[in-house]
Write a protein that binds this ligand. Structure first.
Ligand code: AMP
Ligand code: GLY
Length: 424
């Protein structure tokens, strides 16, 4: 088979890495890919939003299956376009991807189908938003309705901060049209978990549990990022929490989407807040999480290609997933300044050293090749991922990998996975 992976981050490197292990595969292409995917696939210089070019490429190169990594092409309708041309593609349709593309839609869906979530309001008028903020009190959470590359969520500590965030969003200053409506919601406390399932719209298969680390600094301090590290399994997802998440969140979400005429196929990611044996839903994403995908795919024992194909064919019945007993941990190494303006073009030292370690794999995200050197080219640069007998062992291995690598201004958290140790 010929497979096309769309995207160029750590998640897509992990997808390419896992797909490359399948005996069913002849050629893998990755658009646009990165220097990491280039070692396993042929990179194609088409960006993720050039849908017509991607379609033409898939036709010309006899692509048997296209796997869409990021949310943007999903929201633009890449799945609809490819399917309309008779091509197999893994991911939700445009109508179904709205579960991530509009936070207002997603919250209304949760409300309608009784899925537990924070109390909220949707506003496009500042005065109405102020009334809601005054009634709820701070801390309070302000979210741009549309896609904002994981940065459209402001945890406001004060009433004034919340009002300023709403004003910036509604005026289009902070997130353009994505902020023309805002969701304002109650601030929740607890421990987060990333709960991912694959589904054909009817059958639902949970993936292994995982936990992300959103904040830039150790101890969950500082602004939120796209994710600074992840591990699997996550002990916060006990068997009881797993059961609640499936029954009260994922099943009603997927049934609700079908009832709305938006049948959901692909990976559905629920961001959960777990507290005192209860679960509340923070958000839904229409794709694999990044970096959650990296440790999850390292732990997946089954060939991923028949799984992706079954979803693309709309029939997951008969598919079972097998997981390694080992734990996996991914530590993200980021550029100075991230998640704000960040440095680019710094030479990355030590990739060769890290490559010599058993059970460690370095997934590329924001890198590029410049005159035979690998240099930084994004906020999140690398995801150093390791397997270990336990989360503790996987943490040690991942940080052994991190210790091999450096560049000017490198930053990473030193406490990835620590929460799991407190529980076991
Ligand atoms: P979201 O994109 O909606 O998941 O928000 C990104 C991150 O913001 C989440 O992973 C949480 O860390 C935080 N967050 C979102 N909503 C809330 C909330 N209602 N209460 C507390 N933290 C939140
Ligand atoms: N790591 C969080 C996300 O992919 O949205």
């Amino acid at each position: 088979m010929n497979i096309l992976v769309i995207g160029g981050g750590g998640r897509e490197h992990a997808l390419v890495w896992k797909i490359a292990q399948s005996p069913l595969v002849k050629t893998i292409y990755c658009a646009p890919g990165n220097p990491g995917t280039a070692t396993l696939a042929e990179n194609v210089a088409i960006s993720v939003d050039q849908l017509d070019k991607l379609l033409a490429f898939a036709y010309e190169n006899k692509i048997d299956l296209t796997v869409v990594g990021p949310e943007q092409p999903l929201s633009l309708g890449i799945v609809d376009l490819f399917k309309a041309h008779g091509l197999k593609v893994f991911g939700p349709s445009k109508d179904a991807a709205l579960i991530e593309g509009s936070k207002a839609f997603s919250k209304d869906l949760m409300h309608k189908y009784g899925i537990p979530t924070a109390a909220y309001g949707v506003f496009s008028d500042l005065e109405e938003a102020k009334t809601f903020i005054d009634r709820t009190g701070a801390p309070i959470v302000v979210k741009a309705d549309g896609l904002a590359a994981g940065k459209g969520v402001i945890i406001a500590e004060t009433r004034v901060e919340a009002i300023n965030a709403v004003r910036d969003m509604l005026s289009g200053n902070s997130f353009g049209s994505a902020g023309s409506r805002v969701v304002i919601e109650e601030f929740l406390t607890g421990e987060e978990a990333s709960f991912l399932v694959i589904t054909d719209g009817k059958n639902i298969i949970p993936l292994a549990s995982a936990q992300d680390h959103k904040a830039i600094f150790d101890g969950d301090q500082g602004p939120n990022t796209g994710g600074m590290g992840a591990y699997s399994p996550a002990p916060v997802v006990t068997p009881a929490i797993h059961e609640i998440a499936m029954r009260r969140v994922l099943q009603p979400a997927i049934d609700g989407m079908a009832a709305e005429g938006r049948t959901y196929c692909g990976v559905l990611y629920a961001g959960l807040m777990v507290r005192d044996g209860e679960v509340k839903t923070l958000e839904f994403n229409a794709r694999f999480g990044d970096p959650e995908c990296q440790p999850l795919l390292m732990r997946l024992k089954s060939d991923i290609v028949p799984i992706l194909l079954a979803v693309a064919d709309g029939d997951l019945s008969g598919i079972e997933l097998e997981w390694h007993d080992k734990a996996a941990v991914c530590v993200v190494m980021a550029a100075e300044g991230y998640p704000g303006e960040y440095r680019k073009g710094d030479e990355i030292i030590g990739l060769d050293q890290a490559a010599k370690l058993d059970d460690v794999y370095v997934f590329h995200a924001g890198t590029m090749t410049k005159e035979a050197a690998c240099v930084t080219n994004g906020g999140r640069v690398l995801g150093v991922t390791a397997l270990g007998a336990t989360v503790k062992d996987a943490i040690s291995e991942a940080y052994r990998g991190v210790g091999c690598i450096t560049w000017s201004g490198v930053q990473y958290r030193t406490d990835i996975g620590r929460k799991a140790l407190g529980r076991s």
